[in-house]
Design a binder for this molecule. Structure first.
Ligand SMILES: Cc1ncc(COP(=O)(O)O)c(C=O)c1O
Length: 394
């Protein structure tokens, strides 16, 4: 069979190999003294609150299961609009909010609507691997720009200006970022957007971890800067609903009919059941649960990140959101007799039964030195992971 060049360009997740090996080893060591601890998973260890589950069941039982409008249920769009006002103090009219099948569908729609064949999109290295694949699926070219601690692993306005070329169409940023958990400083984002606008390009900001922000200085939506910024969001992370496949995008008024047309044709609508369920996310009870969980994620970060530093990992910027630690393992590689983060991840898995993610998938610049830890696991598991690493590196 012959497949499209588009399909061939989508490379597999290397980390799935590590994840598969971890699953296999987990079975073997399950009943031993040190069962596998999974610190490689990029999704909350919590599930949807009871009210949300009940709303999904009610939607099924009452037959509210037909297709919805391609833009999504009106009350859900209104609820998200109200959340922007109450949580972030910004006015985002419901008419600009489009409900999608996760952030993934929103990113696909944004890329397909804005990118022509050969157009270049600037993004940071390291960054979430699927984002460059959404660009290449739209026949664009993702141009990864190496970033470091000085820019919080994000693009700077100076970099955007310096790398902008004839074919550049825009920037795709994620703030807070996966794999680093670091956000763009709001003033810098404003400057980036000014550069992009001056060039006639588009600014897309993946804000899927925005709800999970821990520092006042960073927990602001890009939508506070301009109505022209395209913001991507999701029920997967803050709302703990990964498998429900529900997200949204906020687009400029002029883009709504274009996205509506594309969404009608490509997806018809996001899951009706999930949309009804998600309405129950915005009750005071559910919100209290999400905020309590956010506090737990922060407490995990506050425990685990200093512990990693003490163990000898290099973490040059404290993440301000999400649930990741982007850690330089160079100093510790020697202790395990390896010389790169890929082999380090396997060694940690074999010797301490800890599953982590090597940096390779997230870019090419410096990723052989870095691993990603996910703190979406219980405090008890995180403490046990630290205990094992202490013993291993002693
Ligand atoms: C930065 C980023 N964007 C998008 C996604 C996709 O999320 P969703 O489950 O909403 O499709 C993820 C998932 O891990 C992510 O980390």
């Amino acid at each position: 069979m012959q497949f499209s060049t588009r399909a061939e360009k989508i490379t597999p997740f290397y980390v799935m190999e590590v994840a598969k090996a971890a699953q296999q080893l987990a079975k073997e060591v399950a009943s031993g003294p040190e069962p596998m601890i999974f610190l490689n998973i990029g999704e909350p260890d919590f599930t949807a609150p009871a009210q949300v589950q009940a709303a999904a069941q009610h939607s099924i039982a009452s037959g509210q299961t037909q297709y919805t409008n391609a833009l999504g249920l009106e009350p859900l769009r209104e609820a998200i609009s109200a959340w922007y006002l109450s949580r972030f103090g910004i006015t985002v009219p419901a008419r600009r909010i489009v409900i999608t099948a996760g952030a993934s569908a929103a990113l696909q729609l944004a890329c397909l609507a804005l990118i022509d064949a050969g157009d270049e999109i600037l993004m940071p290295d390291p960054s979430y691997p699927c984002n460059r694949h959404f660009v290449s699926a739209a026949e664009g070219v993702a141009k990864l720009i190496p970033t470091g601690a000085a820019e919080r692993y994000q693009l700077s306005a100076a970099q955007v200006a310096a790398h902008w070329g004839d074919k550049t169409r825009g920037v795709l940023l994620a703030s807070p970022s996966n794999p680093t958990g670091t956000s763009i400083e709001p003033q810098e984002l404003r400057r980036i957007h000014e550069v992009v606008q001056a060039k006639g390009g588009v600014t897309i900001v993946d804000e899927i971890y925005l709800g999970l922000s821990y520092e006042e200085a960073f927990g602001h939506s890009a939508l506070a800067i301009s109505d022209d910024i395209i913001s991507i969001n999701s029920f997967s992370k803050y709302f703990n609903m990964t498998g429900w496949r529900l997200g949204w995008m906020v687009v400029p008024d002029a883009m709504v009919p274009v996205i509506e047309r594309m969404a009608q044709n490509l997806f018809i609508c996001a899951s009706t059941i999930s949309q009804h369920a998600a309405l129950a996310c915005f009750t005071p009870q559910s919100m209290a649960i999400f905020e309590e969980r956010r506090a737990q994620f922060k407490a995990r970060r506050d425990y685990f990140l200093p512990a990693l530093r003490e163990l000898g990992f290099g973490i040059d910027v404290m993440p301000d959101g999400a649930f990741y630690a982007w850690a330089d393992c160079t100093a510790l590689c020697k202790k395990l007799g390896v010389d790169n983060s890929w082999d380090f991840a396997y060694a940690l898995m074999d010797k301490a039964h800890l599953a982590i993610t090597p940096g390779r998938d997230f870019g090419t610049a410096d990723t052989a030195r870095y691993v990603r830890f996910s703190t979406a696991n219980s405090m008890q598991q995180l403490q046990e992971a630290v205990r094992r690493m202490r013993k291993l590196f002693a």
